[in-house]
Write a protein that binds this ligand. Structure first.
Ligand SMILES: *Cc1c(COP(=O)(O)O)cnc(C)c1O
Length: 231
């Protein structure tokens, strides 16, 4: 386990230079620590280093950590593929869901969001590389899904998310992220309010500078904070 303070300081420096290089507002990019397979103790360490947002992929594992850290200031983001039998736990325990990719899942999250909690903030996951192996709706289907989500009273649509094809080629990385930014613009131009499209969740340890350059507002970083994962 690397020194979390040191890792997070170094990462924040890299984020700051990417933001500066793109001429964007330094507060426009929010760091989400992708904390799958990390312990509640690891998350406590990251909280102490000033990271407030945590992204989790596996419901059972996440609920245990959320329970253990319920007195902390952590904000919880669900970022993994969603099975319908897990929507209740997600609706009851998370603040954000980045991976909504079909109406049925949106409807279940809406119906199961407890009345005493604020609306569940959601992003539509887009399969921007049209990869068979990836979740996410097709880019052409994203607009309609956004409109459907706007009809669901317990959800608050906030924008789009993607996991582009993994590549070390900076130009290819940029292309996927720029396409996402254009998709967001086109969804706004066809009538979805900008306040429902403020977020672009994109960029991981290997490609976040390109994502920031293209307009990412949330980057999801695991390895560059916590070190390599098992498996
Ligand atoms: C694991 C994960 C990340 C973080 O990946 P790293 O390469 O470790 O930064 C980001 N987004 C999602 C959806 C993930 O599952």
């Amino acid at each position: 386990m690397p020194d979390l303070n040191q890792q997070i300081t170094a990462l924040n420096d890299q984020i700051r230079s990417a933001v500066n290089a793109s001429g964007r507002d330094p507060n426009a990019v929010r760091l989400i620590a992708a904390s799958k397979q990390r312990s509640a103790e690891d998350i406590r360490g990251a909280l102490q280093a000033g990271v407030l947002d945590y992204g989790e992929n596996y419901v059972q594992e996440a609920i245990e950590k959320i329970t253990e850290l319920k007195d902390s200031a952590a904000i919880w983001h669900f970022i993994g593929p969603i099975q319908s039998n897990k929507t209740r736990d997600i609706a009851e325990s998370f603040d954000w869901v980045h991976s909504v990719d079909r109406l049925r899942i949106a409807q279940r999250l809406n119906d199961q969001r407890p009345a005493d909690l604020p609306k569940l903030k959601v992003l539509v996951q887009v399969n921007i590389g049209n990869e068979d192996s990836k979740s996410g709706c097709r880019p052409e289907a994203s607009q309609v899904l956004c409109e459907q989500i706007l009809q669901l009273p317990r959800l608050q649509l906030q924008g789009l998310m993607c996991i582009p094809p993994a590549t070390d080629d900076i130009a290819e990385q940029a292309q996927a992220f720029v396409t996402m930014a254009q998709l967001r613009q086109s969804i706004i131009s066809t009538g979805i309010a900008e306040k429902n499209m403020t977020e672009l969740s994109m960029g991981m340890s290997g490609d976040f500078p390109a994502a920031i350059q293209a307009g990412a507002t949330m980057i999801r970083i695991g390895t560059a904070i916590f070190g390599p994962r098992q498996r």
